[in-house]
Write a protein that binds this ligand. Structure first.
Ligand code: S3P
Length: 434
């Protein structure tokens, strides 16, 4: 599907982003692991999160869909059923990496996970290694790729040093930790999103942070009653970027999650001179807060200057770095992202696809081993960009189109899963009413 996005006049009005994808995945998985029913308000209705609902259903959880909420009746920590076919994760990397943390504790039972063509390129050795250390067995294609089979075991507690700052791997180990024979510690090279830690704390798990080390104790059961999913800051980042780049714009984004581990993009934009006003959470030190903060964000278009994003900041803005590149095209001077080699392992190689995509629209951007360098030219011509089946690339093209001089045609817009077209529809409505 092709989508033509014309340059927008100013964007003015209010938007509510879709609810958080990362938190929705976790809510469904923890709901399935819980012994008592969990009510989830605002579960994201999108392809990836629907894959998670189907996956937990094949594992024995009952999912009741109401008008505004879901009720998940889980099986408990160690009672997942064995499906009669491989679990299809679709395109959802978070499901691929988190679910095995639970499955690793199903003693003597085996589960195969598979997904689409993009998923078959996503490495799973990063979770296979810690789960094997804990006692589970993982057999992956070519030793590192899906499809793969995990056989559960009585798990040992470990102290695992993450080789990369990955919230998915950290979360996988923390889910396995719940059923291990003692307290498990995961050490991360830099802070990554902490939704799992917060949800575990809310579920009554003893979970502590000490600097870069997170320790979770084992439990008999999870006690979650209700979870409320906030707006997704990664989805909000698209209209935020549009609001910053389309001259004369003023947008209010309602109900956005402002957990500090997800605010990297807004903080980078603010450093570039962007006017974004809201109650961003400050890093709380070692305290693990059992809820997710929410704020409205007020965005006004204005001039931007280049900035440098270093490795430490990368996990806090990992999915928004394509938009940092886009802001860089409009900024004065150079915008540099370093230490972001993880981008090469996303739905596409997002260093290559972002650099090629934006260059095709007229950007002065160069790829490096671990990021990119953009030289701002004050604007972007426009043209054609391919999504390569990557939803964030499709949305990058759409935002670029709004801010460009000649408009952008996005090839493969269907990659942007169900919540995004709805969101684009909202943007179109804003434009019409301006
Ligand atoms: C996610 C973590 C990030 C992110 C992904 C969602 C999560 O991946 O890119 O979109 O929900 O934990 P990594 O943890 O592998 O960097």
């Amino acid at each position: 599907m092709k989508l033509r996005v014309d340059p927008a006049p100013r964007l003015r009005g209010e938007l509510r982003p879709p609810t958080d994808k990362s938190i929705s995945h976790r809510a469904a998985i923890l709901g399935a692991m819980a012994a008592e029913p969990v009510r989830i308000r605002g579960y994201l209705d999108a392809a990836d999160t629907n894959s998670t609902l189907r996956a937990v259903q094949t594992l024995g959880a009952l999912v009741q869909v109401g008008p505004d909420e879901l009720l998940v009746r889980g099986t408990g920590l160690r009672e997942a059923a064995v499906p009669d076919a491989p679990i299809d994760v679709g395109n959802a990397g978070t499901l691929l990496r988190l679910l095995p943390g639970w499955l690793a504790a199903q003693e003597g039972r085996s589960y195969t996970l598979d997904g689409d063509a993009s998923i078959r390129r996503r490495p799973v050795d990063r979770i296979a290694e810690p789960l094997a250390l804990m006692g589970a067995q993982v057999r992956a294609t070519e030793g590192r790729l899906p499809p793969f089979t995990i056989t559960g075991a009585h798990l040992r507690s470990v102290h695992y040093e993450l080789p990369v700052a990955s919230a998915q791997v950290k979360s996988c180990v923390l889910l396995a930790a719940l059923s291990a024979d003692g307290a498990t510690t995961v050490s991360e090279p830099a802070p990554s999103r902490d939704h799992t830690e917060r949800m575990l704390a809310a579920a009554g798990v003893t979970v502590h942070r000490n600097g870069r080390h997170v320790t979770a104790a084992n439990v008999d059961e999870l006690n979650l009653e209700e979870l409320v999913i906030p707006g997704d800051p990664s989805s909000a980042a698209f209209p935020i970027a549009a609001g910053l780049l389309v001259p004369g714009s003023h947008l209010v984004l309602r109900g956005v999650g402002v957990n500090w581990t997800r605010c990297g993009f807004v903080r980078i934009a603010q450093r570039m001179g962007a006017i974004v006003i809201g109650e961003l959470e400050d890093a709380p030190g070692d305290e693990i807060i059992a809820n997710e903060p929410v704020s409205d964000l007020d965005v006004t278009a204005g001039p931007l200057g280049g900035t440098v994003v270093e490795a430490e900041e990368v996990p806090l803005a990992i999915d928004e770095l394509p938009l940092v590149a886009l802001l860089g095209c409009f900024a004065e001077g150079e915008t540099v992202v370093r230490g972001a080699e993880e981008l090469r392992l996303k739905e596409t190689d997002r260093i290559a696809t972002v650099v090629d995509g934006l260059r095709g629209l007229g950007a002065a951007i160069e790829a490096t081993e671990d990021g990119f360098v953009v030289t701002g030219t004050g604007g972007l011509r426009g043209g054609r960009i391919a999504s390569h089946g990557d939803h964030r690339l499709a949305m990058l093209g759409a935002v670029a189109g709004l801010a460009s001089r000649e408009g952008v045609e996005v090839e493969g817009m269907e990659a942007a899963d169900v919540s995004y077209p709805r969101f684009m529809h909202d943007v179109a409505t804003l434009i019409r009413s301006t």
